[in-house]
Ligand binder design. Sequence first.
Ligand code: 5GP
Length: 143
Amino acid sequence: MHLSSAYDPQNIFAKILRGEMPCLKVYEDAVCLAFLDIFPQGPGHTLVIPKVAATNLLTLPADALGPYMVSVQKVAKAVQKAFEADGLTVFQFNGAAGGQTVFHLHFHIIPRQEGVGLKGHGQAGKASEEDLIAQQAAIIAAF
Ligand code: 5GP
């Protein structure tokens, strides 16, 4: 997938947005949907996707960027609060060469604790449903 590749409406996040695939939703508003990553690099790893069909940061219409980032910040605050995090790692990949594996724009938000490392991107196993459900509830309660 190149940076200028056309948006594929069959990507997994597009299916989640349409309700065709499930997700552990933590937040939704007019511009974004946020849900837990099921292969988390750390507890509470959350993804925030715009509702606009954008492949990556470069193809998101400029007028959608501000409202989307406001939502990313709102979710980041809730994730930090839910985990009483010492820090937050927020990142975003563009194009296969940039490390992106799902080609619908998303920001990753991972709560961090002092001295605790992260699993590598694409190297984490699937989290247990029980853990994810508990994390989902904690984040929802933090808004
Ligand atoms: P990227 O590599 O594109 O920046 O990140 C894609 C993220 O989506 C990865 O962290 C991966 O674990 C996550 N992911 C892949 N498939 C699914 C899925 O079906 N559901 C959820 N919730 N996350 C997924």
